[in-house]
Design a protein around this ligand. Structure first.
Ligand code: NAD
Ligand code: DAU
Length: 327
């Protein structure tokens, strides 16, 4: 698998080790977003880490030649970074995915490509519709446009070259091991550090939250039972506006619910994401285990409070970046 030292990838590795007998080879460049410590507690006879770039064709060819299944998580994943410097997003998300597709094509290896609901653009707050597998692509940011491009490459390699691939597009994940640049960990670690949480713009933007463990179970389900060439949307009916999430974090951490600041909005900020995961639920029988956001969020807060050593090294640099951007 690729990207196993990142947030969702490392949660996936923990999940696979807990629930299967499979051996996992993680290929990860260990960018600023990759962290060896996220895999440190796992048994060495079940997980090995190869440090390298998914755009390195020789490396990918060798690894994929030996793999039964490739699960492709690696990406540049943060919208704010893509607005600051888009180039690494093209290199990793587009050229990296192309490199993996070519290796999977040469060796006939089964591939699952992990993508995002952001490829569909955004919805109005009062729109009764949600994203489905047939919603037209309409990405807004450099990040989401490169993920959209990677999805299109996968579809083309399936159709033109017979690559044995599936795609999933998931909504916003939360849980342990998420980098402190992202919304929920940033606000939790702000409160721990005595910094007021920062809400972009009015805070009415809606995200559709799912626990990373539910994402992992969905990906395993698609690998086991998904139909080749198909796309599956992954979501847990978890729509919440950002203001409510910040207020809940503050309340769960024993602070006044209004102890946050409004800061400059994100350029091109998507208003609302919402997933209709009927296909995954009815065709493959998946459903989320974490059906109560407040309980999952409380456990996530506890993890960040207990694991300050995991995130403290990244915190100051992230806050300096945001301060420069007015966030
Ligand atoms: P992340 O930024 O936490 O982790 C990305 C990982 O990929 C890191 O370990 C990094 O070192 C590695 N990586 C980056 N560039 C690489 C390269 N060129 N070669 C090898 N490794 C490289 O990201 P995440 O939030 O865990 O997201 C994982 C995947 O899930 C991405 O494809 C993302 O688009 C998708 N996704 C994320 C979410 C979310 O809410 N975070 C939701 C839906 C889909
Ligand atoms: O929808 C799936 C996507 O979710 C993934 O594809 C991305 O990889 C992942 O990063 C995430 O994208 P978002 O842009 O939605 O996540 P982010 O954590 O950056 O922001 C979530 C919301 O919170 C968004 O509306 C912006 C807002 N925000 C973010 C930060 C960092 C704030 O209000 N304050 C903040 O400090």
């Amino acid at each position: 698998m690729t990207g196993g030292a990142g947030f969702i990838g490392s949660n996936f590795v923990h999940h696979v080790v807990r629930h299967t007998d499979d051996h996992v080879v993680v290929a990860d460049k260990l960018t600023y977003a990759g962290n060896r410590a996220s895999l440190a507690s796992l048994p060495e006879d079940r997980v090995s880490l190869v440090v390298g770039d998914i755009a390195d064709a020789a490396l990918m060819d060798g690894l994929i030649a030996d793999a039964d299944v490739v699960v492709h998580f690696a990406a540049e994943s943060h919208n704010d970074n893509s607005l600051d410097n888009p180039r690494p997003f093209l290199d990793t998300n587009i050229i990296g995915t192309y490199t993996i597709l070519e290796a999977a094509r040469r060796h006939g290896t089964r591939l699952h490509h992990v993508s995002t609901d952001e490829v569909y653009g955004d919805l109005e707050l009062d729109d009764p519709a949600r994203f489905t597998e047939s919603t037209a692509y309409n990405p807004s940011s450099p990040y989401s446009s490169t993920k959209a491009a990677s999805d299109m490459l996968v579809r083309a390699w399936v159709r033109s070259f017979g690559v044995q691939a599936t795609i999933s597009n998931c909504s916003n994940n939360y849980g342990p091991y998420q980098h402190v640049e992202k919304f929920i960990p940033r606000q939790i670690t702000n409160v721990v550090r005595g910094i007021r949480p920062k809400l972009y713009g009015s805070g009415t933007n809606v995200r559709d939250w799912i626990h990373a463990d539910d994402h992992s179970r969905a990906v395993l389900t698609i690998i086991e039972r998904g139909r080749i060439g198909e796309t599956y949307l992954i979501g847990a009916d978890g729509e919440k506006d950002n203001k409510s999430v910040v207020e809940l974090i503050l309340t769960l951490m024993g602070q006044p619910a209004d102890a946050y600041d409004h800061v400059a909005d994100r350029s091109g900020h998507d208003l609302r994401y919402a997933i209709d995961s009927t296909k995954l639920r009815t065709e493959l029988g998946w459903s989320p285990v974490y059906d109560d956001f407040e309980t999952g969020l409380a456990a996530t807060i506890e993890w960040y409070v207990e694991n300050e050593a995991w995130w403290s090294g990244a915190k100051d640099g992230v806050e300096e970046f945001y301060a420069r951007k007015g966030h």
